[in-house]
Design a binder for this molecule. Structure first.
Ligand SMILES: [Zn+2]
Ligand SMILES: [Zn+2]
Length: 279
């Protein structure tokens, strides 16, 4: 299983960051099958790479939720405009298929965008991702998990080739508030992506508004959760748009005091599970 980060920023994209300015998009591939988690602005670059391949494209997209930083890149995902492309798209919750489709339609309606979603020629099918109900895609078993976030959000546990990857963005978690129901889906991940938007002092409101209840975690909470669930490595994710690269590196440094294998998720970073190869 190979994981690649195309967007690691939260809330809104930024420029001038080496760690990454694009909003959420993570690709997971195995045995010729492709999963895409979220369609933030990072999905544009992924689309450009896919356009260089001559074979028709097929992918399954799982949306954590429908906040704009997780859907806004979709109109710029060029393979979606090709008639040869097949896309399965999963929206969150019982009404996920309809909710996702209507958000993707609305964000391209006039006056928001020059062309409507219907101009995309790819074959799109919409499904609903439900808590605890696995979706099988090729070698992958993908299990959605309800996590605490305003209006709800899904984390995804991805199992394939004897390895486990967990994508858990936009979640307000702490070791003490980690319920058994959420914890068991994070258990033993070889690679764990966790929301780590804030520093503990920002979260507490020092020098500003307290961020409690906003649906995001601190890097210390993320590291303590990673330790508690026995993760192998942790990628701190959903970087705050106000945080520069130095601060993100310092946050990871502090996270390592609680869980040694912590690092900031970096745009372009590739992780291969089941091998020592990383780039
Ligand atoms: Zn977000
Ligand atoms: Zn959100």
């Amino acid at each position: 299983m190979e994981i690649r980060f195309y967007g690691v920023r939260g809330s809104i994209s930024v420029s001038g960051s080496r760690i990454g300015g694009n909003t959420a998009c993570v690709e997971v591939t195995s045995q010729g099958h492709r999963l895409i988690f979220d369609a933030g602005t990072g999905i544009r670059a992924l689309g450009e790479l896919l356009m260089r391949e001559s074979a028709p494209q097929k992918a399954t997209l799982f949306f954590s939720h429908l906040h704009w930083d997780h859907v806004q890149g979709f109109p710029f995902f060029t393979p979606a405009y090709l008639g040869t492309t097949e896309l399965s798209l999963y929206g969150p919750g019982a009404n996920g298929a309809q909710a996702l489709q209507s958000v993707l339609v609305q964000q391209m309606e006039p006056p928001n965008f020059p062309v409507p979603l219907s101009i995309m020629r790819s074959r799109m099918t919409f499904g609903s991702a439900l808590h605890g109900t696995p979706v099988e895609v090729g070698p992958f078993r993908v299990t959605p998990v309800d996590v605490p976030h305003p209006q709800g959000c899904l984390a995804y546990r991805v199992e394939a080739d004897g390895h486990t990857f967990v994508y858990a963005t936009d979640v307000e978690l702490a070791r003490d508030s980690l319920t058994r129901d959420v914890g068991r889906y994070l258990e033993g991940a070889d690679a764990l992506v966790l929301d780590a938007q804030y520093t503990p002092s920002e979260y507490a409101g020092q020098g500003g508004i307290p961020k409690k209840g906003w649906g995001h975690s601190t890097m210390v909470d993320a590291a303590q959760v990673a330790q508690a669930v026995g993760a192998q490595r942790l990628m701190l994710f959903h970087h705050d748009p106000a945080h520069n690269d130095d601060l993100l590196e310092n946050m990871a440094e502090e996270a390592r005091l609680h869980f040694f294998a912590s690092e900031p998720a970096r745009e372009g970073k590739r992780i291969v599970l089941g091998s020592t190869v990383t780039a």
